[in-house]
Ligand binder design. Structure first.
Ligand code: WT7
Length: 647
């Protein structure tokens, strides 16, 4: 999507509703205050957190780019997420309205959450888990998933949540890269009206993870589940019988909190490391600011999976830190019917919804008559995340979901950033459909050219962060050098985000998509290199090139070009399905190419680099662009005339 072109349309803009502006958490004064002294501003935000030892330092950047935030402070993350709300008399407040896909529901109060987190913490201690040990979590969207994350945080044992849609192989890589010895999972979860098993993938993965000692298994679907004697423990037997008393220990602010793997521009996923104090401050503050959160009255819903960073920061951490009431929904938006989300909003009187543009575009396709059947009047703020929201989707979202008076906040951030960095503030900004607008108070972004020169109004370039922020990643797991190379080497003293951006005539920021070989499919980051390496690991494939082609619903769709090995002949009739299944097994169903084309050549430059731009032209069914830098310029004609493939 070419946002720059879209901006010229005479799209309407939307000033904040008067009442919201009057009572807004963030005002122009907040920006002004942060501008005077950003470190003093962050010190002030740190008061959102209860410290067992108050920090006296804010930022230690002496060993840049390795940051320490609030370094001499001490705290316990889980104490901040549950205990302190109970101590403050809010034990009866609902932390989560859990809604299962089949329609079963459970309200979990802060007091109940504290008890269940304590039980799991005691269980993990019994299994020998100590501060610093990594624990893998592979769960459906059920309360036990949240409990597992908070219990790990309570012990200072970094969790490594692996998205439930990832395959056994992806699980192996993550468990082994992080050296996890404990896995928390479930028998399965409900997906599209059916139980979908998870435990068999764990069993398969653990054949290659000899260091894993124990597996805790929550019962969700009740499907037949094999349990390995001496290794596997049912949650109901082992966790639910533990004491509900557990004393939280204090940890230094820089205690590792979690590792979350994300795709980069090479084949190997990066283990993004977040630590405790700064992450908690950054997520609690941004949740309060971007969503104008009023924890006493709001009902907040992040419709994202805990397997992604959005689920970490804004489904688990920030809402619990802020003592908010949230919705946790297990399933898909169209089960058992296409009005499921709106039914949930109606039922729980949700006031703030946070989701991805790809979901909005899907709802647009299904038609506005579906949400019209429900009472959505409780909504007061709509959030968007994952990719630029195109003006059509923004306008539809605001009109049909937000009864035309609800601000839409388009939040730009990354797994690495941990927290929102660019977003309109709902009580201040005049919303422009398609623009992420402005850095949050306290955050410093610029758009620069290739040499790092700061660009001004009306100019396009690369997005950089010019100052550290509290929830920033601290490094990549076991790979400090890759951390430096990926984010801090392109420019001096600036974090390179990998996104293109422009400032419009008013100086507001528009995101223009990735500038590297990373695709964005339904708001999820996918690496071309990772899928290429999955494809070439198939015995029939000699070479593969993957591109992201523009797709109306998912933003980008994965399109693969493969050259078969000479002994594979034409690969057989089912070669396309065979390869798609292979990618699903290697990475997960979400990485399956939408289409695969078998070709005899790939377009390469003289230095051997694949020219993805030309393949994208084919994938998007366009005239092929400039071929003069190709080593053999007839290759494109050969590719086009000999295509074999399909979706
Ligand atoms: C990449 C980060 C942040 C949680 C979900 C994705 C793209 C994300 C926006 C937005 C334009 C966006 C960027 C970014 N992105 N939000 N509001 N507008 N682009 O996290 O998997 O770490 O991906 O997603 O390209 O670099 P992620």
């Amino acid at each position: 999507m070419n946002q720059a072109a879209r901006e010229d349309l005479t799209t309407p803009t939307f000033p904040p509703p008067e009442e919201l502006a009057r009572n807004a958490n963030v005002t122009e004064a907040t920006y002004a205050q942060a501008e005077v002294d950003d470190l003093a501003f962050w010190a002030e935000q740190a008061k959102r957190i209860s410290w067992s030892k108050e920090p006296t330092e804010v930022l230690d950047w002496s060993n840049a780019p390795f940051a320490k935030w609030f370094a001499d402070g001490e705290l316990n993350a889980a104490y901040n997420m549950v205990d302190r709300h109970v101590e403050a008399g809010h034990g009866d407040r609902v932390a989560f309205h859990f809604e299962g896909e089949p329609g079963d529901a459970r309200a979990i109060t802060y007091a109940e959450l504290k008890d269940e987190v304590s039980q799991l913490a005691n269980a993990l201690v019994e299994l020998g888990v100590q501060a610093g040990d990594r624990v893998a979590i592979y769960m459906p969207m059920i309360p036990e998933a949240v409990i597992a994350m908070v219990a790990c945080a309570r012990l200072g044992a970094p969790h490594v949540v692996v998205f439930g849609g990832f395959s056994a192989d992806a699980l192996v890589n993550r468990i082994n890269d992080c050296g996890c010895e404990i896995v928390i999972t479930a028998d399965g979860g409900y997906r599209r009206g059916k139980p979908s098993a998870l435990k068999p993938a764990v069993d398969k993965a653990l054949l290659q993870c000899p260091q894993v000692r124990n597996v805790i298994v929550a019962k969700r679907t009740g499907q037949d589940t094999e349990m390995v004697q001496g290794r596997d423990l049912w949650w109901d037997d082992f966790v639910a019988t533990q004491s509900t008393e557990h004393t939280p220990e204090s940890f230094p602010a820089e205690q590792p909190l979690y590792v979350m793997y994300s795709s980069g521009s090479t084949g190997k996923p990066k283990g993004i490391l977040h630590t405790t104090g700064g992450y908690l401050v950054g997520t609690a503050y941004t949740h309060w600011a971007t969503f104008d959160l009023k924890p006493e009255t709001d009902v907040f819903w992040t419709a994202a999976d805990i397997g992604w960073v959005t689920g970490h920061s804004y489904l688990v951490y920030a809402p619990l830190l802020n003592g908010a009431t949230s919705v946790l929904y297990e399933g898909t938006p169209d089960t058992p019917h296409k009005g499921r989300w709106w039914e949930i909003i109606d039922k729980y009187r949700v006031t703030i919804l946070y989701c991805a543009p790809t979901a909005i575009r899907t709802f647009m396709k299904w038609g506005s008559e579906i949400p019209e059947r429900y009472d959505l009047s409780s909504l007061r703020i709509l959030g968007s995340v994952g990719e630029p929201i195109n003006p059509e989707a923004y306008l539809w979202y605001r009109k049909h979901i937000g009864h035309d008076d609800t601000p839409v906040v388009d939040t730009w951030w990354q797994t690495e950033t941990g927290m929102h960095l660019i977003s309109p503030m709902p009580g201040v900004a005049t919303g422009k459909p398609g623009a992420a607008m402005r850095a949050l108070p306290g955050v410093s972004v610029e758009v620069v050219d290739d040499e790092g020169k700061v660009l001004g109004k009306g100019e396009s370039g690369l997005l950089v962060l010019t100052k550290p922020w509290p929830a920033m990643l601290r490094s990549l797991w076991n790979d400090d050098q890759r951390y430096i190379d990926t984010y801090w080497s392109r420019f001096d003293n600036m974090y390179f985000a990998g996104d293109g951006a422009k400032r419009d005539a008013d100086g507001d920021i528009w995101l223009l998509g990735r500038v590297d070989d990373v695709m964005n499919v339904s708001g999820h980051r996918m690496s071309t290199a990772e899928i290429e390496s999955a494809l070439v690991s198939h015995p029939k494939v000699a070479e593969a090139a993957v591109v992201g082609a523009t797709d109306e619903t998912t933003g980008q769709a994965i399109v693969a070009f493969v050259i078969l090995r000479s002994d594979a002949g034409d690969g057989g009739d089912d070669i396309v399905n065979e390869l798609r299944t292979h990618v699903a097994n290697e990475i997960g169903a979400i990485a399956k190419p939408k289409s695969i084309m078998v070709v005899s050549e790939l377009p390469k430059t003289r230095s051997g680099k694949i020219m993805r731009r030309l393949l994208r032209d084919i994938a998007e069914d366009r005239e092929v662009g400039d071929v003069t830098t190709l080593q053999d310029s007839s290759v494109m004609d050969q590719i086009k005339s000999g295509l074999k493939g399909g979706s």
